[in-house]
Design a binder for this molecule. Sequence first.
Ligand SMILES: [Zn+2]
Length: 326
Amino acid sequence: MPQARSIVGVDLGGTKLAVALVDDTLGVIAKTVGTSATESAQACLDDLYRRLDEAVAEWGPIDAIGVGTASMVNFRAGRVVLSTNLPLRDVPLRDLLRERYGVPAVIDNDANVACLAEFRYGAGVGTTEMVMLTLGTGIGGGIIANGRLYRGASGAAAELGHMVIEADGPRCQGACPNYGCLEVYASGEAMGRLARDEARALPESALGQALASGEEVHGPLLSRLALDGDPGAIAVLHDVGRRLGIGIANLVNIFNPELIVIGGGAAEAHDILLGPVREVVAERALHPQRDEVRIVAAHHGQDAGVLGAAALAIIELFPDKEPPPR
Ligand SMILES: [Zn+2]
């Protein structure tokens, strides 16, 4: 029996920097969570190094580092190409980490690594054709085709949130020049907007009261209120689910996946969100693929980022540790 390896998984997000020590069956041994420094590229890297130095001093020796980041990444080159919420542009992060820590390192974008974690160690175990959508500030996507992550020509594939579902819809967010993208209707931003509308219509609902008291609306809050039976939160998730279903019907037709996995706080409401998704897919997608696909919530919650980063390292660097597909 080979010795268990010690993998450091890093979740470098636009606001959060989490670092975890994970074994090669994806069990979390230790974890720290803080905020990412965003003043400059150097500040961001220095902060990452400081956190990793501390982790290695406390947890070491380590065998590998995996990073998932809220950035466009050229996976083969190991470079962060561009970020919307981090000051990183054209940074050879993989090689910087290899040199500094003397261990193999890999980086990819956060949506891809979350997809890998679900595929190998979560809801997708046993599948070979899977699509994942993560509902956060935007919508992240990941595609598993023929048992491998599909990255596209330059690593920028699977921007599933930028699929147009309404040709004359509102302008998309961030750097996207398009209109009526799925992200406009089903991201965390969209949920906040829908929640404000719903709170005006149902001011006495728990959602209305939460908004009136200044609470920030996000997926986890909506899920919690909806599971408690609040009509306002249920209405928001129903609306989001119907829109999501339109996008997913397209994905079902294009990829004929066995499984669609939905991640992010809103998916914690399970059938309250996924019921409307399944209804729309049944109404709009083609036969037989609409009948073959399962649509489920992600297994990994808050730890999805660090677990995904570690899963990336295990899959890419230690392929002997990959559990075989069933
Ligand atoms: Zn867009």
